[in-house]
Design a protein around this ligand. Sequence first.
Ligand code: B3K
Ligand code: ZN
Length: 882
Amino acid sequence: MRDATPGTIYLEDYQAPPYLINRTELHFELGEEDTIVTSRLHLLRAVAEDVPLQLHGQELELLQVSVDNEELAEEAYQLTDDGLLIHQLPEQCVLSCKTRIRPQDNTSLEGLYKSHRMFCTQCEAEGFRKITYYLDRPDVMSVFTVSIEADAKRYPVLLSNGNLLETKPLDNTRHWVQWHDPFPKPAYLFALVAGDLEHIEDSFRTAGGRDVTLRIYVEPKDMGKCDYAMDALKRSMRWDEEVFGREYDLDIFNIVAVDDFNMGAMENKSLNIFNSSCVLAHPDITTDAGYQRIEAIVAHEYFHNWSGNRVTCRDWFQLSLKEGFTVFRDAEFSSDMGSRTVKRVEDVSMLRTAQFAEDAGPMAHPVRPESYIEINNFYTLTIYEKGAEVVRMIHTLLGEENFRAGSDLYFSRHDGQAVTCEDFVRAMEDASGMDLGQFRRWYSQAGTPILSVTDSYDAESNTYTLDVSQRCPATPGQAQKQPFVIPLAMGLLGDAGNLPLTLAGQETDHETEDNTHKVLIVDQERQQFVFDDVRERPVPSLLRGFSAPVRLEYDYDRSALCQLMSRDDDGFVRWDSAQALALQVITEVQQQLSSGAAVVIDPLLSGAFVQLLEDTSLDPAMVAEMLALPGESYLAEQAGEGAADVDLIHRARAAVKQAIGEAAEQVLLARYQALSSVDAYQPSGDQIARRALRNSCLDYLACANGAHLGLAHAQFLSAGNMTDRLAGLRALAFYGAANDWAQPLADFYQDWRHETLVVNQWLQLQAAMPDGGALDRVRGLMEHPDFDLRNPNKVRALIGGFAGQNPVNFHRTDGEGYRLLADVIARLNSINPQIASRLLAPLTKWRYYAGRQDMMRGELQRLAALPELSPDVYEVVTKSLQ
Ligand code: B3K
Ligand code: ZN
């Protein structure tokens, strides 16, 4: 926390480090009162002239500093706001610092801290400077040797990166270990864990024939919940060899589960640290979505070993270099493990709801930002998800083979280096021979492009013309945008199916088997594409597979959407058409409600949904996705700035849902019954798909008719797994009255109070319930013995759940929802700035909400006026108010 206004850091100011640290030796004396860290940094000056050395350091107590074993006199160095300045150094020397830290008081969960009785670390992005004075920047890569001493009883397990060199008892009650990581790495990949942990062990033989020991360490209470993550890890290792040619490089790979963690997990070299919610699983406590998340995150962190660790980022502006690429890799992995289309739909749905909103809001930034105040604020959907979309577009443009050649070249050319997004794109160009010059604008221009398409058909000449134009709204600091390169995958749907495509002036490509699918390259503001030999007026199937992260505008009528929904070749387009149809119908109902006109819900939608439900040949998971109506926050964003009426949106969506439930009642009931299963629980694709559709049927039934709450109750009582149990409870909680849900909620807590991760689900469900008592309930739960403001999972569940998933209550007309959130943020600002800043997101959307803008902005202003604002909160609050 600083008093002065936090400054901005610019990409254009980047300078290579003046000193290198070839070797880093660290010694930790872990204690209950304090921890002493002694470093020996083998420094080498990298510039000709003698420059002072500015080491980063935060919240450290310096005990001693020496150069080549000579203690420095006080005038030889200076403690500054951000660290330690050493005025003069030989060209090559060993700098040693002894510092005192207090991990047990570190509530920011950054640096070295305690979770329960365990010591653990989180150093990305700039947490290492809270451990010792260092050049805490990713382009300083060093070989680490780490020794740890601690009480042998309390901390029998002492872990760090790399290989275990030695372990010995000390002559008191303490013991000592030493680890060595042969791969040079930046400090952000350093990790240390000490605790009374148990582990499961397995092994993996690499393609090259090396045996790797795999371990998952947990607190003893969690020993029965590690098997699924271990299985996911082995599948990830195999997949990365097969698909990307990447082998694991050390003899050991460890994962540790930690209950107090700011995000999902961290890819520290050979010592991944995981939020326990992203690694621990058991059918009794974990939902299907939980299993899928674990599989994806285990894979993601493992894949970082190459995309992030072996090749890392030069500076934090390049964060998407590792994150976008690794998200692309984990999405491909999940697609290969399950259903590609379902995975794509889930990802796009999230991107369009949340990333598009980020792009349209005050924190909008390019995939490679040009400035930041606090880097922790830039671990965003834009860096991760849009970054992955940019990599996916490169994959589309180059094709599978060239893309793999580009990735191989990137890894071999830059192994052991800290590089830039530019280096990645250049490797792709060099391997494929393709010019990605204009494509690079995806890295530098923020905002979501809008692709506007109109068409015309000439029956005489059998030509069909698509007129395509692109524009991109202004974003902070970028008023004008240049055209992007947009791969537009498409087909044309005729009466009997997808039509063959012949672009005018282009030879028909007889080589390709599928001539009903094309990728048009849109790279100018306006373009025309003419198709010959089109025998009938087609319905265009556009942006297949969501081939670019853009908003598509095409004026579909409802019957065209129904055709695409039921007959297009592309699964994504089928889903997207269902979404578009539902959006049209809900928007119409909103208009009717607001004008006082009679509410007439177009039966076309329920008719289309009935058809979907009746077709048992379809993948149940896809049907479930198609039946899911656009969420309320997506609808609010669609309404536009100043035009979102939360209550109207809620009422219109609920009315449409109810109408579908009523119209489809018989088939919903039939599928609900038919999809029930007595098989033992498996998180398999097939079972997950069946449960998803069955629970979606239950949701519609319970919404449509109170009589069906009995089904929900029976399911809640008899479910043999957490997915079904929670779906039953949720239906009662969302559609029932207090006497339907009060007892089940209380029983659920009694049954599961010993399982933190389940209690968090219980908190989240109650936070999201739309009934009028939500605000008081959330206030009450904040006092519950199982709530703890210092635990990020609990804060996300209760406070994040309320502000992010309960629009009608968060946006209460008396402003109390906003006040509750701002009060929590104010408290968290000093406890855990990263979490405080994350929670701000719903308030930053204030411009959208009709009639609420002043109240929302008022809370932001109240926060802005707080003394000692953390840079994290300061940046988001001030940018939101600009
Ligand atoms: N690289 C970490 C995220 C670190 C966040 C720091 N605020 C996890 C991941 O993306 O894999
Ligand atoms: Zn990552």
